[in-house]
Design a binder for this molecule. Structure first.
Ligand code: ZN
Length: 431
């Protein structure tokens, strides 16, 4: 497990310098790098394609961008940080005075040492971002500005990794891949999703797992438009975003609110007992907005650590690889393994000897001396499973009602099945 934390952090450090966007070579390079870790099918949707109410935009690529002050010194340099250039800036090569230049500059007076992250995808206007301290130090005079970018017909790319399971019922894990040098906001999700896919690929899961690496919003909408006939198999889903900061795990419910994934994540967070938080659904945030739009209304929630916008590093140059911790990535990953165990193994069982308690001692399932005031967890779990399993209640329901962890309840059910006291009522994957 500790190897996994370092592996995830190392992937983040490697991908950090790449200038990503919702289209372009940086996005493709990122998908190809993920494809070296797990099998990834990369799709291109060409510029101009209508996807529901959206149109795939022109593709954006950058060779260089800078601003030179009156002395000819580069005072803003894309090569030093890709955050310096407003994402989707169209090409420009011009001269102007300081006052005119200021109209194109973005800074954070409240966080004067940090470079903000800004985009202009759908109304491309060139601009630069810089630390407010550096902006204030710009001398008067004539400046030279170069944005050596291209904006033209191309494609939007996304990646998919399918982990085939015994059942065609699917679990979706979706992460955005469109932010440039930002570590927690997008690279952490990429790293954790990649690690989870790698783990699931080593076995044969019960459910089919689909990992999506998509540019935010328009990428998720494009995937939905191209795969609308497929979403009927989706039983549960999670958007992962901001999963490597030192904060605690947070879950935002799906629009449905009480679907299997909602109950599974809430159960796992509750038993981790570190004050993790569950938030109601809201139609802003990450791509859960698309999966939970009313035309789809899929059971997809959002797993994060500190919610976006609630940490000062959010969308600034301080969201760098040092802000993301291997331990936090590992903590998210281990939480996901617990969630996956529930999604994979929640079942409805039937007690085949429901008239009175079956005699567990005779079957070697119960301690031989009576009178103990408190039953060991394993025996308590068996009594809960036997009592509740009337063919209408799943193991996750039993876990919730008994207050016991799902893993303990599942273990008890396995033992009861082996002893012939319990039988599966139906494969349960209902939302
Ligand atoms: Zn973001």
């Amino acid at each position: 497990m500790s190897g996994a934390g370092e592996r995830m952090h190392s992937l983040i450090r490697e991908l950090y310098p790449v200038c990503r966007s919702i289209t372009g070579d940086g996005l493709r390079a990122t998908l190809h790098r993920i494809g070296q870790e797990i099998p990834l099918e990369i799709s291109d949707v060409v510029t101009g394609t209508a996807v529901y109410d959206w149109i795939i935009p022109d593709e954006w690529n950058v060779r260089d961008a800078w601003v030179k002050d009156p002395s000819g010194t580069k005072v803003i340099d894309f090569q030093a940080s890709n955050l310096h250039l407003v994402n989707y800036s169209p090409p420009v090569s011009t001269r102007m005075d300081r006052e005119e230049l200021l109209k194109h500059l973005h800074s954070l007076p409240e966080q004067p040492d940090l470079i903000p992250y800004r985009t202009s995808y759908y109304r491309p206007e060139w601009g630069f971002c810089l630390a407010h301290r550096d902006l204030e130090a710009l001398p008067p005079g004539e400046y030279e500005v170069l944005v050596d970018s291209t904006l033209g017909p191309g494609a939007l790319s996304f990646g998919e990794c399918l982990v085939p399971g015994a059942s065609a019922d699917e679990v979706l894990v979706s992460v955005h891949v469109c932010h440039p040098s930002l570590a927690n906001d997008n690279l952490s999700g990429i790293a954790v999703a990649t690690e989870l896919a790698r783990t699931l690929l080593t076995g044969r899961p019960n459910l089919t797992w689909r990992f999506l690496f998509v540019p935010a919003t328009v990428g998720a909408i494009a995937w939905l438009a191209l795969n609308h006939d497929r979403v009927g198999d989706m039983r549960a889903g999670l958007v992962l975003s901001g999963v490597g900061d030192p904060g605690r795990l947070t879950y935002k419910r799906s629009r449905l609110g009480t679907s299997l994934v909602d109950r599974a994540v809430e159960h796992v967070l509750k038993h981790r007992g570190a004050g993790e938080e569950v938030l109601p659904f809201a139609p802003y945030g990450y791509d859960e907005r698309q999966y939970c739009s009313p035309g789809f209304n899929l059971p997809v929630g959002c797993l994060m650590r500190t919610p976006h916008g609630e940490y000062p590093e959010y969308h600034t140059s301080a969201d760098d690889p040092s802000f993301v911790r291997a331990e936090a990535l590992l903590d998210t990953y281990s939480g996901l393994l617990d969630i996956a165990e529930i999604l994979e193994h929640d079942r409805v069982y039937l007690n085949v000897r429901p008239h009175g308690e079956p005699q567990l001692g005779r079957r070697g399932l119960y301690r031989q001396t009576g009178g103990d005031a408190c039953l060991p967890g394993r025996e308590q779990a068996m009594l809960w499973v036997l009592n509740q399993s009337d063919g209408s209640v799943s193991l996750l329901d039993v876990a919730a009602r008994s207050g016991m962890p799902f893993a303990v309840v599942r273990q008890a059910a396995d033992e009861l099945v082996a002893a012939g006291l319990l039988t599966e009522a139906e494969a349960l994957c209902a939302s």
